[in-house]
Design a protein around this ligand. Sequence first.
Ligand code: SF4
Length: 352
Amino acid sequence: MFETYPAVVIWETTRACQLACRHCRASAIRHRNPAELTAEEVTEYVLDPLKPSSAVFVLTGGDPMEREDIAEVVAKAHERGLRPSITPSATALVTYQRLAELKSAGLVSCAFSLDGSSAQVHDRFRGIRGTFDLTMKKIHDLHQLRIPLQINTTVSLYNRDDLLLLSRKVEELEAFRWSVFFLIPVGRAKSRDMLGPREQEEVLEWLWQIQQQVPYEIKTTEAPQYRRIQNQQGLPLSKSAVWDGNGFVFIAHNGDIYPSGFLPLAAGNVRTDSLIDVYRNNPLFQGLRHPDSFYGKCGYCEFNTVCAGSRARAYAITGNPLESDPFCPYIPDPRRDTSDKNKISTKTKVIP
Ligand code: SF4
């Protein structure tokens, strides 16, 4: 399904950001890096090759608003039939005028992070007091401009007890999607802040329950077991799930090509390698696209084409992106395992 082109392409425009989020994947810093891709480079090495794909093209960071040229890149992505979206940090750099420019350039949606339903929870997470109130103001601007809003939340021990209130806040803010990220210990995020496997499963089951009641779509990142749970509850799912390296690619600020921003294994660099060639043919990407060859239970699980486990979490915890997701409590029927027993990893284990 995603052998030829990715469906979602994330571009880390810069690592510069004025916030100090405690779980920042990019370990964002205050200043821009001279090694960042220029607008011309990202056009030539990323947007042009993706032209036949109509992929979602997400400008992330750091904070994309730290760059002056993002409206230019959004316009070029739009001209090539891609669907540009942006995830700015809530700072004074997000002005009404800049949002309006992005909309005119062809922006299809904008995501703001909200990690708590109140300033108390959110600002503690984001490291800067006043960020919650600023986020509310920027969301108001988005609505004025009729730019569709997505809310991103990273679930961790810090906000697990606030999720119900947060789900109501997402509705109140009229978001079209709630994108719920499950913490992976990369960048500044620490494994001690992650939910355990059982707790994660409970949150996923709860998300599926509230999905029946809320007007917005719920999507998870690095918790693909949500699709397994949907499927177990009777929802027919196409076997075309996107996961790290399978329909999904991440371009770092310096041009490095990764299967995901949470899976820090570079497979090439757009300055020296063809993005499409790396995506199609690099052994890492090839391996990630074939769940039957994964180690342990994810390799023979009947849900592995709709779920496949979090490849980033497998890598973060075991050191191998093709390992089973150690935070999945589901136990598939071992009789399905027809693999060469030598392939089964001794590292695979379920953490209770
Ligand atoms: S065993 Fe692996 S593929 Fe199966 S549901 Fe769990 S994480 Fe997903």
